[in-house]
Design a protein around this ligand. Structure first.
Ligand code: CO
Length: 211
């Protein structure tokens, strides 16, 4: 048996078990999805959103990329955001990073990771530069990277607030609240590190006045 065939056979078992517990499970989900949450997480295989939050299909709209970034020119994350906020009308957006993130660690190194990864990780180097005084003062490399993971999540939440997508929803009084969380690979526990309620004012430079 090939390794990928295991996935297909486990899927059959899972689908059968779901129906035994809840016969209408798939039928109910077939035509509507009304998730309350948008999750923007790291692609890391050790941080599966539904599993660590014990949520079911239909509960979380998910976008993942390396180091959970919200990049202003990334059509992928922005289209997910637009759809989640203005069509699904999610109430909460969660940016969830994780301690020990390989992407964040790589951004603190001076290795040339070839152009595409260099481009992506540059976003994290910029965050390090903004918080250089605080980060340089942390002696242990592991603690320094973990703090950068927290600051990264905070900056990505602010990046969400800078978009016209989120600001338009806030103006219309439709939420959503923004949350920055960090998951611990060592203990499986999520640590909330930053929060921005709907309607929070940010640096006026980023606020649109004609939405
Ligand atoms: Co990661």
């Amino acid at each position: 048996m090939h390794s990928y065939e295991k996935l297909l056979s486990l899927n059959k078992i899972w689908a059968n078990e779901k129906i035994i517990v809840e016969p209408e499970f798939f039928k109910d989900l077939q035509h509507v999805q009304t998730p309350e949450f948008l999750w923007i997480g790291c692609s890391d295989s050790r941080v599966p959103p539904n599993e660590i939050t014990q949520t079911q299909p239909g509960e979380i709209f998910i976008h993942r990329n390396i180091a959970n970034l919200v990049v202003n020119t990334d059509v992928n994350v922005l289209s997910v955001l637009e759809y989640a906020v203005h069509h699904l009308k999610v109430k909460h957006i969660i940016v969830c990073g994780h301690y020990g993130c390989g992407g964040v660690k790589a951004a603190t190194s001076n290795h040339n990771l070839k152009q595409v990864l260099n481009m992506w990780l540059r976003n994290i180097k910029d965050i390090y530069r903004i918080h250089r005084d605080e980060l340089d003062a942390i002696e242990s490399e592991e603690s320094r990277i973990d703090r950068l993971v927290e600051l990264n999540v905070q900056e990505q939440v602010m990046n969400l607030a800078k978009t016209s997508i989120v600001q338009r929803a806030w103006k219309e009084g439709n939420g959503p609240d923004l949350h920055g969380w960090v998951y611990g690979l060592k203990d499986g526990v999520i640590n909330p590190v930053f929060e921005m309620k709907a309607g929070t004012h940010i640096d006026p430079l980023y606020e649109f006045d004609d939405l």
